[in-house]
Design a protein around this ligand. Sequence first.
Ligand code: IPD
Ligand code: CA
Ligand code: CA
Length: 269
Amino acid sequence: MDVYEFAKSLIRDAGDFIETRRLEGFEVMRKTGPHDLVTPVDKETEEFIYKRIKAQFPEHNIVGEETYGKDVKTLKGFTWIVDPIDGTVNFINQNDNFAISVGIYKDEEPYCGFVYDVANKVLYHSKVGEGAYRNSEKIKEVDYQPLDDTIVGVSHKWLLKDDVRQFFIELVDKARSVRNRGSAALDFTSVADGKYGAVVFYELFPWDYAGGRILTNELGLKCVTLTGEDVPELEASSVVCGHEKLVDEILEIFDHESFKEVHDKFFIK
Ligand code: IPD
Ligand code: CA
Ligand code: CA
């Protein structure tokens, strides 16, 4: 069976599963603190996706946020990187603005990417070399907009970090405006939709960006760390993604020795 077609149908079914479970009610648990929440629906959805993949493709590897694949260290064969619910706080508080994010790698190369806006039933998907789609509609190339004419999606974690705050303040000051949807995966779709020129995240995990990165890459967009390096596939990283010219403008803001030092201390293991 074709992996891309299988994934599209599985992700839509997983969205229906989340919707059914949401209506049944669920508990809310803290992971590391009051901002880091998880529900049984996050875990059950990962389980739902894992079992369906393994039933069809037993040899595929799965790296999920909640349970599976902590031992996966390479992308040999097929590897699925899955966030069963990206935007859990929105899922709990808003019943909207959350997504299923899936990136599939084949022999260490990106193969296809998906972000499913569950509440609105919009599946963003792409297979490398075959274009990017919003449901069945082909997504157009994204035009360059200079920083002072565009909206940038920015997650708020930088506010809590003294060493990097000044650089983000400069970004907020230079951009037309900034937004935070509360789901990194959906932030990537806002770039694909041309609503944001770029997204900038200080700290993301592979399951937060795998789907969005493969999707936006298909639109010719650039995705690198805030120090201009390649984003790793299986490690936490900073991420900036958008039109190449705009990403370069943003990278200039962060191009300081003091930022590089704190960034490297934080991310280089
Ligand atoms: C979070 C969301 C959020 C981002 C956080 C992520 P989760 O994922 O993507 O937008 O700012 O860094 O952890 O926990 O809802 O899957
Ligand atoms: Ca996430
Ligand atoms: Ca999640």
